[in-house]
Ligand binder design. Structure first.
Ligand code: MGD
Ligand code: MGD
Ligand code: MO
Length: 750
């Protein structure tokens, strides 16, 4: 028996893996991580789980009747698959791709394929799929992400830069907060459960240790959130009704304006449109003064607390932070814009430890200062098809081919999709209102999926190719916000007949007639060497010495000299100093409190300045008389989305997933801790396991994402996937993002 222990990395960080012969038998913590994530604990069980896809599989009716047989599409998800030898399945899939390209054109292929897949610079499933489809004439893409679509739409209008650039680069580092901030006002918290994870990995998990430092330095920390656990322990918890942060911020702004606490000079020099906004704030334009009492009636935070907080914020160096969850809700653009407006009124943008910061804690790496290095990318080539959709509008697209929709100032039409190709994502976990998606999913003629596991999405495909996991292939791991670089060795051979996504696409491209364009004659090993050499070369140009590919593999990992503990760039400092010399790329060159551009779109769901717009589902809605609990569906603390779920579901007591309820709400419904409950509304219902806790405010329940959608004949989900209940509607015509957090339900004993 050969036993080996090697290090690899993942979206939740590095860990050591022990193998015996061809099996993963154990995992352990990476020594240099001060607070390692426990997510990989179930890895040995998951990688060798019986739910792995063993062989290429084609849905029976599709194989028998072909893609044009519309009736059989209704059987997706309810029908058996026929296992085929690789060559035969590849021939069939390549012929089908070519049929669709020739008879309907590449505009009928949807390759948006949203999802997190696995860490690793080369074997990244989405990059592989996109290059493959681009080499074959292109595909309908998807724009932005489920994570931050509303932010990505609004922030460029307000700050004149992409949201992701602002979040990674124009932000106070943890060190700068520790050194300068006096009051940290966290809307939606700064969540240590979420900062376990970052795209491509985060090696040092530091959120908790920074919060200990903040405590030591006496920084006031205020967690404005429906759950106490949304920040590390020790912060002041101010519960707020979900979806009402904009109202609370308006109340704060009202006090700052009426008590003369404004930074008039900053507003005059560095912003545009404040006077128009002020008329709304005072009620001159709509007859409603946004007084703390008005805010309190909406958000549930006492007027007295709002007044005091406003005064503290004006009197101290204050950083306002927002989690991503706030904008994953109907009208999610508004709290992001309103927080920028509030920060501008306080006039601390451009001062160390002051102003605004989006996304701390939403993923790891934000607030850690690391020099950026380019390279280590697998080129995806140009997409000749120009049509795309906002990522979360997939069901609308499939249900309404040709229909018009608005998106960030553009009037567009949905394409008519015949072929859906998914690789590295699980829409039957991540999309809202899954029963609606189930309907929409009957529209395309053919659905092809690559998956390691029989997920709800794989089960609803026509052709399923078994993909390797990151532990069965050689790759390089590196994330932009991280100083480490990992060799990710092939720890075990492929499980079953699984193949790498790259090899599957190389075979398909060969058969479809564009093999050389896709591979450029390289094997995956040759690509790794090529990408690494380019990275090494580009790093050398920035005076960063990187060992050779062979040396790096010997070492297993390296820590690149790109960390800068005392990140000295104060965000927006030059712009604050001289907005004429260092303007923003907005039309005015300033922070846009009123945007002529947005106003010109004429959207009633996103007017020209930050506005309180009640969502259709919140605790103040008419609908709350029928469904009186607000469901938030946060990311799971014990895992990454729906990944490794098969192994968690096997643990006794873990499924259905836990729904957290306040003791008062539980008592009113005769629900006891640990009992089986039914979470329901008029869209659907799901089973869950009651977790009673005073750490959630009354009126709000939390059911994390991640369970594999498993509806019975009535559509009741047995595992606890919150997307059976959520509403599938865009955040607004501006962002068209996911509104996952805007959802009313009730709960009863099951
Ligand atoms: N209600 C509600 N819903 C939400 C959210 C919410 O807050 N509330 N959040 C949303 C957000 S922000 C996100 S990011 C999404 C996440 O949704 P997804 O990103 O779709 O979730 P994952 O479970 O990470 O899906 C990745 C899939 O890729 C597969 N995979 C892993 N590695 C490979 C590989 O190498 N090759 C192939 N072919 N497949 C691989 C995994 O097995 C898994 O099925 O969920 C969204 N949904
Ligand atoms: N462990 C783990 N970490 C993850 C992920 C994972 O799957 N597992 N996924 C990653 C991904 S893809 C993303 S996008 C990020 C998501 O990061 P976020 O979007 O910031 O996180 P969520 O978990 O959706 O929500 C965090 C908290 O926001 C609060 N909240 C919800 N609605 C409101 C509201 O209207 N107002 C206020 N004030 N608070 C509200 C809820 O109490 C919830 O617990 O997490 C990342 N990190
Ligand atoms: Mo996300």
């Amino acid at each position: 028996m050969t036993t080996k222990t090697r290090t690899t990395t993942s979206h939740w960080g590095a860990f050591n893996v022990t193998t015996e012969n061809d099996r993963i038998v154990g995992v352990s913590d990476f020594e240099l991580d001060p607070n390692p994530s426990a997510i990989s604990k179930v890895l040995p069980a998951a990688v060798h789980h019986e739910s792995r896809v063993a062989k290429p599989s084609i849905r029976k009716s599709w194989l028998e009747h072909g893609p044009s047989h519309a009736q059989s599409r209704e059987l997706r998800g309810a029908e058996e698959f026929v296992e085929l030898p690789w060559d035969e399945a590849l021939d069939i899939a390549a012929a089908e791709i070519n049929r669709v390209r020739q008879s309907h054109g590449n505009e009928s292929i949807f390759g948006g394929s949203y999802g997190w897949a696995s860490a690793g610079r080369f074997h990244h499933a989405l990059g592989q799929l996109h290059r493959f489809l681009n080499c074959g004439g292109g595909y309908v893409a998807s724009v932005a992400s489920y994570s931050t679509a509303a932010a990505q739409a609004i922030i460029p209008h307000v700050f004149g830069m992409p949201f992701l650039k602002m979040m990674w680069s124009e932000i106070n580092s943890w060190q700068m907060i520790a050194d300068n901030t006096q009051t940290l006002v966290m809307f939606g918290g700064i969540n240590p459960k979420n900062s376990q994870v970052s795209m491509g990995g985060v090696t040092h998990h530091e959120t908790n240790s920074w919060f200990k430092e903040f405590e030591k330095r006496g920084i006031k920390r205020i967690n404005i959130s429906p759950q106490r656990t949304d920040t590390p322990d020790g912060a002041t918890w101010q519960p707020i009704k979900p979806g009402t942060d904009t109202a609370m911020m308006l109340g704060l702004a009202y006090v700052i304006n009426s008590e003369g606490l404004l930074d008039e000079q900053f507003l005059e020099r560095n912003t545009t449109g404040f006077e128009i906004f002020r008329q709304y704030l005072t009620g001159e334009s709509d007859g409603i003064a946004k007084m703390p009492e008005w805010a309190a009636s909406l958000c549930g935070v006492e007027a007295k607390i709002i007044r005091e907080l406003a005064r503290t914020m004006a009197a101290t160096r204050t950083l306002i932070t927002l989690s991503w969850s706030l904008q994953r809700a109907e009208h999610g653009e508004q709290p992001y814009w309103m927080a920028a407006t509030l920060a501008a009124m306080l006039g601390q943008i451009g001062l160390p430890g002051g102003g605004i910061g989006y996304g701390y804690g939403a993923i790891g790496g934000i607030g850690i200062s690391v020099k950026r290095l380019s390279g280590l990318t697998f080129p995806q080539m140009q997409n000749p098809v120009k049509q795309s959709i906002p990522v979360a509008r997939i069901a609308d697209m499939l249900l309404q081919p040709g229909e018009p929709f608005n998106f960030n100032g553009k009037a567009l039409n949905y394409p008519d999709i015949k072929l859906v190709y998914w690789c590295g994502g699980n829409p039957f976990h991540h999309h809202q209102d899954l029963n609606r998606l189930n309907q929409a999913w009957q529209q395309p003629e053919t659905i092809i999926v690559h998956e390691p596991w029989w997920t709800a999405t794989a089960k609803r495909a026509d052709i399923v190719f078994p993909a390797t996991t990151a532990y069965e292939r050689h790759d390089i791991g590196r994330a932009q916000g991280d100083s480490y670089l990992f060799d990710m060795p092939a720890l075990i051979p492929p499980v079953g007949e699984a193949r790498d996504d790259y090899d599957i696409f190389a075979e398909l491209a060969q058969r479809a007639g564009f093999g050389e364009a896709f591979t450029e004659g390289r094997s995956s090993e040759a690509w790794l060497q090529h990408m690494y050499d380019e990275f090494r070369h580009e790093s050398a140009e920035q005076s960063i010495d990187v060992p050779t590919f062979d040396e790096m593999q010997q070492k297993n990992w390296i820590d690149l000299p790109v960390r800068d503990a005392r990140f000295s760039d104060v965000p927006f400092a030059a712009f604050r100093e001289d907005p004429t010399a260092a303007p923003l790329s907005t039309p005015s060159g300033k922070i846009e409190i009123f945007s002529e551009t947005i106003a010109s779109f004429g959207y009633d769901d996103c007017p020209g300045h930050a506005t309180w717009l009640p969502p259709r589902e919140w605790l103040g809605a008419e609908r709350a008389t029928q469904f009186p609990l607000h469901l938030v569906s946060p990311q799971p603390g014990d895992k990454l989305h729906s990944q490794l779920e098969c192994a968690i579901a096997d643990i006794p007591g873990e499924r259905p997933a836990p729904v957290t309820l306040n003791p008062a709400d539980a008592a009113a419904r005769s629900i006891t801790h640990g009992s089986l409950v039914c979470v329901f509304n008029d869209r659907c219902e799901s089973l869950a396991r009651a977790k009673i806790s005073a750490d959630i405010m009354p009126g709000v329940v939390a059911l994390p994402t991640g369970a594999w959608f498993s509806p019975d004949a009535n559509g009741t989900d047995s595992q606890g996937n919150p997307n059976t209940l959520t509403r599938d509607v865009g955040t607004s015509q501006l962002g068209q993002g996911s509104s996952a957090h805007s959802c009313l339900v009730d709960v009863k004993p099951a």
